[in-house]
Design a protein around this ligand. Structure first.
Ligand SMILES: [Zn+2]
Length: 353
């Protein structure tokens, strides 16, 4: 194991064009997917990764454009893969146990309303994979927070985000999302019933967050404030009839999910900025220390999020997963990156690092 990490070996990254979603394939001594897109195209992506022996899947954050493609396949779709390991961002402790539990409950309920099988992300992912290959064994899953290390496709990564304890900004956004959601379901008995059924799982998620926060007391300084851009649209494909009030609630919930997105790096070879918002991007860059040069960079939030502190970063290669609905790469990226590949412009984008 140690020897393998000392020997610097190459990896290949493929950004599959999946419209406005995100699907990155990582190939080295193994094959892994980082998200798989939110629509029917996910199956082609997963099929090609399966042919290369995909056995791991990492979900950067809880947005449907990054994973719901797994469960949006025609009934009877089968894939010849055996995913044995899932990685997901850990839910941090949001101020206290009760706010954390309430936020988890709101998130799970919303997921279920939007068509998730159970509403609980790890469970829905596991179900999605096992239904695509009923003979496979159920994958194990691990939650990741800042400070953790993990191997993906045989490449060692360090987790930069989310922290184990959320910032005040996240707590405020989470509280707001819960309020908007509760108002939206005030007269919706069906939604309230769904929520009641998910209480135990939400309590479990909150207990896990408290435990992780206690293990590693990293109550860091609050993420520096910076006005966030307004592009937070999560494109939900499919003809779901959802009232406008609930769409607003979903927007508020997903904004928090962005703030809790995974970001990670492999030394200075590759940095993946997930779908982080600007305040969190600033904090991640601050945590990196002085100016940093990366060989490869995955742009934040499909290239639409960029923070002022990112000006101290440099990337030889930038990979952007974007589609026609958000084609505009933030100008800042053009200043810090030398070679840029965008799935909206170039289709499949490749990087060997
Ligand atoms: Zn996204």
């Amino acid at each position: 194991m140690i020897v393998r990490h000392i020997l610097c070996h190459h990896a290949q990254l493929i950004a599959h064009p999946v419209g406005d979603g995100n699907a990155l394939e990582l190939n080295s001594w193994g094959t892994a997917m980082m998200d798989c897109g939110g629509d029917a195209r996910a199956i082609q992506v997963l099929h090609s990764a399966a042919a290369r022996g995909m056995s791991e899947f990492l979900l950067t954050h809880l947005h449907f454009d990054h994973y719901s493609g797994i469960s949006r396949q025609p009934p009877g779709t089968k894939l010849p893969f055996d995913v044995d390991q899932l990685f997901l961002p850990a839910l941090p402790l949001i101020k206290d146990h009760s706010l954390t539990e309430n936020f988890a409950l709101t998130l799970f309920t919303m997921n279920k309303i939007l068509g998730g099988k159970s509403g609980i992300p790890e469970q829905d992912l596991i179900d999605g994979f096992t239904s695509l290959n009923p003979t496979s064994t159920s994958p194990s899953h691990a939650f990741l927070s800042k400070g953790d290390s993990f191997d993906l496709a045989g490449i060692p990564f360090q987790v930069l985000w989310p922290p184990r304890v959320a910032s005040d900004l996240v707590a405020t956004s989470a509280k707001n999302a819960i309020d908007v959601f509760e108002k939206a379901i005030e007269n919706n008995e069906q939604a309230k019933e769904i929520r009641e059924r998910l209480r135990d799982q939400a309590a479990q998620a909150a207990r896990r967050a408290v435990q992780r926060a206690d293990e590693h007391d990293d109550r860091s300084a609050d993420a520096s404030q910076e006005e966030d851009s307004t592009d937070n649209e999560e494109f939900i494909d499919g003809a779901l009839e959802i009232p406008e009030t609930l769409i607003n609630a979903n927007r508020a919930i997903r904004r928090v999910a962005n703030r809790l997105s995974l970001a990670f790096r492999c030394g200075t070879r590759l940095i993946h900025l997930g779908d982080l918002e600007r305040a969190e991007l600033n904090q991640v860059v601050t945590d990196l220390g002085p100016a940093k040069e990366f060989f490869g960079m995955i742009a934040a939030h499909h290239g639409t999020h960029f923070s002022s502190k990112m000006n101290r970063l440099r990337a030889l290669h930038l990979v952007v997963s974007n589609g026609s609905r958000r084609p505009n790469l933030q100008a800042g990226y053009r200043k810090i990156a030398r070679f840029i590949q965008e799935t909206n412009v170039h289709g499949h984008s490749f990087l060997v690092f």
